[in-house]
Design a binder for this molecule. Structure first.
Ligand SMILES: Cc1cc2nc3c(=O)[nH]c(=O)nc-3n(C[C@H](O)[C@H](O)[C@H](O)COP(=O)(O)OP(=O)(O)OC[C@H]3O[C@@H](n4cnc5c(N)ncnc54)[C@H](O)[C@@H]3O)c2cc1C
Length: 266
C-alpha cells in the first residue's frame, strides 16, 4: 500500500432521509389486541421498527415478551439469520465527491438499493471536477500523466460540444433541440474518464447496507470504496448501533479507513 499518507478524497456522505417509526400507530394496534410492549428506552426509531417487525412475527408482546433489550433482540435476529426484518429500516444518502468509476461499481448492487445519479446527458460537464486517486500522488511521473490525461479529456469534451453546437441552430422544435443536446452530450461524454466526479442519491435498507459493508468495506486495494463504506458506517451506526454492532472501522498504514466485519457471535 501507499508509503505516503493517502490524499483525502473530497468524498461526502449525507443522510437526507431515513425510516420513521410511528409509535402511536403501533401502540394503537397493540391496544386493539390488548397487548403491551416493554420498549427499550435507548432504542432509536429505526431500531424500534426492526424490533416491532420482528416481534410481529412471533407476536412476542405482553407475557410472551422476552427480557431482551432492543440491542439484544436485534443481535439475536442477526445471529439467527432472520435478517429480512432489517429490510424495514432504510436510509437515503447523498454521496458526492466520488468518481464515476466508483459509482459504476456501486450500482452493481441490485437488491435493497435504489439510485438516482447525476446525468451526463442532461447535465453539461464542462465544469466537471475529477477525483484523483491517492495512489497517483506517490509518483511525480504518474501524477503528471494523470493530470495530462484529465486535461486532454476536458479539452476534447469542450471541443466536441462546441464543434457540434452549430447543428443546434438548424433544429426547429424545443423537443428536437433537447434531444439534440442529449445526443451532443452523449458524444462528448464518451471522452470523459472514470475519474469524473459525480453525485448520487442512494437509498438502502439496513440488510443491504450490512451486506455491502461486509463485501466492499475491507478490500485493501479499493480505497475509494473503503472510504465510502467507512463514511456510510459512520453515519448509520450512531442512528442504529443495534443493527451495526458487528462492524468496526480500522485504519491501514497510509491512514485510510477499512471496515471490518467482526462476525456474528451469540
Ligand atoms: C472483490 C470484488 C471483485 C469484483 N470484480 C468484478 C469484476 O471483475 N467484474 C464484474 O462484473 N463485477 C465484479 N464485482 C461485482 C460483483 O460481481 C457484484 O456484481 C457486486 O459486488 C454486487 O454484489 P451482489 O450481486 O452480491 O449484490 P446484489 O446485487 O445487491 O445482490 C445481493 C445478493 O442477492 C442475491 N442475488 C441477487 N441477484 C441474484 C440473482 N439474479 N440470482 C441469484 N441470486 C441473486 C445474491 O445472494 C447476492 O449476493 C466484484 C465485486 C467484488 C466485491
Amino acid at each position: 500500500m501507499a508509503k505516503s499518507r493517502a490524499r483525502h478524497m473530497g468524498i461526502s456522505v449525507r443522510i437526507i432521509g431515513r425510516s420513521h417509526f410511528d409509535a402511536k400507530a403501533f401502540s394503537s394496534f397493540l391496544n386493539s389486541e390488548g397487548l403491551s410492549w416493554k420498549r427499550s428506552l435507548k432504542a432509536s426509531q429505526i431500531e424500534e421498527i426492526v424490533e416491532a417487525a420482528g416481534r410481529i412475527c412471533y407476536m412476542s408482546f405482553g407475557k410472551k415478551q422476552s427480557p431482551r433489550s432492543n440491542r439484544e433482540y436485534i443481535r439475536h435476529l442477526v445471529c439467527m439469520g432472520h435478517e429480512s426484518v432489517l429490510e424495514h429500516a432504510s436510509w437515503t444518502f447523498l454521496v458526492t465527491g466520488v468518481s464515476r468509476g466508483f459509482t459504476h461499481q456501486l450500482v452493481r448492487h441490485r437488491v435493497g438499493f435504489s439510485f438516482s445519479q447525476l446525468s451526463q446527458q442532461y447535465h453539461d460537464e464542462t465544469e466537471a471536477q475529477f477525483v484523483e486517486p491517492s495512489a497517483v500522488a506517490q509518483s511525480d511521473k504518474a501524477r503528471k500523466a494523470w493530470k495530462r490525461s484529465i486535461s486532454l479529456s476536458k479539452k476534447a469534451y469542450d471541443e466536441i460540444l462546441k464543434s457540434l453546437a452549430d447543428l443546434k441552430q438548424s433544429v426547429a422544435s424545443a423537443v428536437d433541440k433537447r434531444e439534440l443536446m442529449r445526443a451532443l452530450r452523449s458524444a462528448a461524454r464518451s471522452v470523459l474518464p472514470n475519474a469524473t466526479e459525480t453525485k448520487i442519491v442512494m437509498t438502502a435498507n439496513a440488510r443491504a447496507l450490512r451486506y455491502f459493508l461486509r463485501i466492499r468495506g475491507s478490500i485493501p486495494g479499493d480505497e475509494e470504496m473503503r472510504r465510502v463504506a467507512a463514511a456510510l458506517l459512520k453515519k448509520v451506526r450512531p442512528e442504529a448501533p443495534s443493527i451495526f454492532f458487528d462492524f468496526e472501522i480500522g485504519k491501514l498504514g497510509d491512514g485510510s479507513p477499512i471496515v471490518h466485519w467482526t462476525g456474528v457471535a451469540n
